[in-house]
Structures are given as structure tokens and as C-alpha cells.
Design a protein around this ligand. Structure first.
Ligand code: B12
Length: 240
């Protein structure tokens, strides 16, 4: 007589549940991308709320929203979308990111250990892209770091003098344009000139930045996204 193996049954069910959860996440991400490309603010905000309600991991929600903007950028490059659309989409995606912020609250115990680490962060000179940098600020703050956000379009001198003034142990530099990423290198050169390069860790990011660019300019770390920024920073500061 056939006796069903309870373990097997549970395994299959779990797989099924896991599978359908993944489908739900993928579907939601696709709908987010579609809403952003259609410049549909209401739908984007609604989907963000729905994703939170359904306990979709924050990382997935952020990925969905970021992917939407990325595809907007690709269409802009092809001449199929225009600056006003890019501006509007960027504004309402920022609103959606803000909805997520309260859910990124620090795990007090773990966060406490990082309170003494000050991070000066900025988008470099000539560059007004700040959504990604703002996400990094949110995630680093949530992880417990004391973040001093200088905003966007910030020149190397201002960044370095803020590092000196605050005795920050870390500098985060964001650049979204191939024409502005050279300013990440400029900041590192200025830190050397001022004799404080050894005292600070430099972490860089932004769409055109890569690990090899980080190595070329002598940065201590590169992170592809805000979650990785937290992981990498802890790593270079000696945890993990
Ligand atoms: C939104 C957007 C805009 C908005 C910016 C609004 C804002 N407040 O930020 C507006 C409309 C203003 C804009 C303007 C322009 N843009 Co624009 N923009 C974009 C777009 C579509 C999305 C960027 C974005 O916000 N992504 C979502 C966020 C969450 O992702 P992210 O920025 O990559 O950040 C993540 C990581 O990179 C990383 N990260 C980011 N910063 C940091 C920092 C540190 C320290 C670390 C560790 C990690 C890290 O973590 C973040 C979070 O996960 C990109 C397309 C793209 N593929 O990136 C084009 C894009 C960057 N823009 C582009 C261009 C050309 C411009 C303009 C020159 C257009 C023009 N002709 O005027 C201007 C530039 C103005 C200026 N001087 O800066 C080009 C750049 C091309 C190039 N090779 O340089 C892109 C790639 C579009 C394209 N394909 O052509 N843009």
C-alpha cells in the first residue's frame, strides 16, 4: 500500500508556496515598471503600498522601482522618452521610496555599534542625480551610521573640508554621469593632498561606477546598490 511521505509532501508544498511567492514578487515588479513607464504616479504609489502590505521584501520593491527608472533612462537614450517625463517619473518614484523609509528602521542592538561612525556623503560636482544617493543615506542611517548628507552637485573642496570638520571616518561619493565620475577621483586626490587619505575610507557608487573603476581611482569600496553599500561598509570597517 502506498503511504505518502509527509516530508516529501511538505517539501513540495513549500516549493509551491515559494514558487508562487516569487511569481507574485516578479509580477509586482513588472507592474511597477509598467506603471513608471506609463508615468502613472497613482498606480506606482498604490503598488508600493500593496507590496508593503503583502510583505514583499523591501529589496524587491526597491529593485522594481529602480528598474522602472532604469528603463525610462534607456528609452530616453533612444529618444522615446523625454526630460519632462524623466523628471515626473523621478519625482513620484522618490515619493514611493519615501513610503518605504519608515520600514527601514534600525535593529537597535546591531545599529548601536555603528553610531560612532560618521559618513559624509554627496553626489559629486555637476551631477544632480540624488535618488540613488538618498537611498544609500536611508539604508546607512537605518543600519545605525551617522550620515552627514551634503546633497547633490557638491564640489571636491566642500566634501573634503566637511570630512575634516566632522572627523568623518567614511566618505560616500555618488556619480550618475560618465562626465562627472571623474570627480570621484578628484575627491580622493584632494584627500591625499590634504594628508587625510589614510584616515578615511572612500566608498563610491552610481550607475557608471564599477569595481574596476573603484580600484583604478583608489577607492576602498564600490557598491552596486544601497543594501550592498551597508554590507560593504561594514566589511571595510572590519565586520564580516
Ligand atoms: C531619474 C534620472 C534623472 C533625473 C534625476 C532626478 C534626481 N533627483 O535624481 C533627472 C530628470 C533630473 C535627470 C537629469 C539628467 N540625466 Co538622468 N537619469 C535618470 C535615470 C532615468 C534614473 C536614475 C535613478 O534615479 N535611478 C534609480 C536609483 C535608485 O538608482 P541609482 O541612481 O543607480 O542608485 C543606486 C546605485 O547606483 C547605488 N548608488 C548610487 N549612489 C551611490 C553612492 C554610494 C556611495 C554608493 C555606495 C552606492 C550608490 O545605490 C543606489 C540605490 O540602490 C538614469 C538612468 C539610469 N540607468 O540610471 C538617467 C541617466 C543617469 N541620466 C542621464 C542623462 C544624460 C541626464 C541629463 C544629462 C539629461 C539632459 N540632457 O539634461 C541630466 C543631467 C543633469 C545633471 N547635471 O546631473 C544618462 C547618463 C548617461 C551617461 N552616460 O552619463 C542616464 C544613464 C540616462 C540614459 N540612459 O541616457 N536624470
Amino acid at each position: 500500500m502506498y503511504t505518502p511521505d509527509p516530508l516529501k509532501i511538505r517539501g513540495n508544498n513549500e516549493k509551491h508556496i515559494e514558487g508562487s511567492k516569487k511569481e507574485m514578487e516578479d509580477d509586482l515588479q513588472q507592474r511597477m515598471v509598467k506603471a513608471i513607464l506609463e508615468i502613472d504616479e497613482e498606480e506606482t504609489i498604490r503598488l508600493t503600498g500593496k507590496a508593503l502590505k503583502e510583505k514583499i521584501p523591501l529589496e524587491k520593491i526597491i529593485d522594481g522601482l529602480s528598474e522602472g527608472l532604469k528603463q525610462m533612462g534607456n528609452l530616453f537614450e533612444k529618444g522615446e522618452k523625454f526630460i519632462p517625463e524623466l523628471v515626473i517619473a523621478a519625482e513620484f518614484v522618490d515619493k514611493a521610496f519615501k513610503i518605504l523609509e519608515p520600514h527601514l528602521s534600525p535593529e537597535e542592538e546591531k545599529a548601536r555599534g555603528w553610531r560612532s561612525v560618521k559618513v559624509v556623503i554627496a553626489t559629486v560636482e555637476g551631477d544632480i542625480h540624488d535618488l540613488g544617493k538618498n537611498l544609500v543615506v536611508t539604508m546607512l542611517s537605518a543600519a545605525g551610521f551617522r550620515v552627514i548628507d551634503l546633497g547633490k552637485d557638491v564640489d571636491a573642496k566642500t566634501i573634503v573640508s566637511k570630512v575634516k570638520e566632522t572627523n568623518a571616518q567614511v566618505v560616500g561619493l555618488s556619480a550618475l554621469l560618465t562626465t562627472t565620475m571623474s570627480h570621484q577621483e578628484e575627491v580622493i586626490k584632494l584627500l591625499i593632498e590634504e594628508g587625510i587619505r589614510e584616515k578615511v575610507k572612500v566608498m563610491i557608487g552610481g550607475a557608471p561606477a564599477t569595481q574596476s573603476w573603484a580600484e583604478r581611482i583608489g577607492a576602498d569600496a564600490y557598491a552596486e546598490n544601497a543594501m550592498e553599500a551597508v554590507r560593504k561598509l561594514k566589511e571595510i570597517l572590519g565586520e564580516g
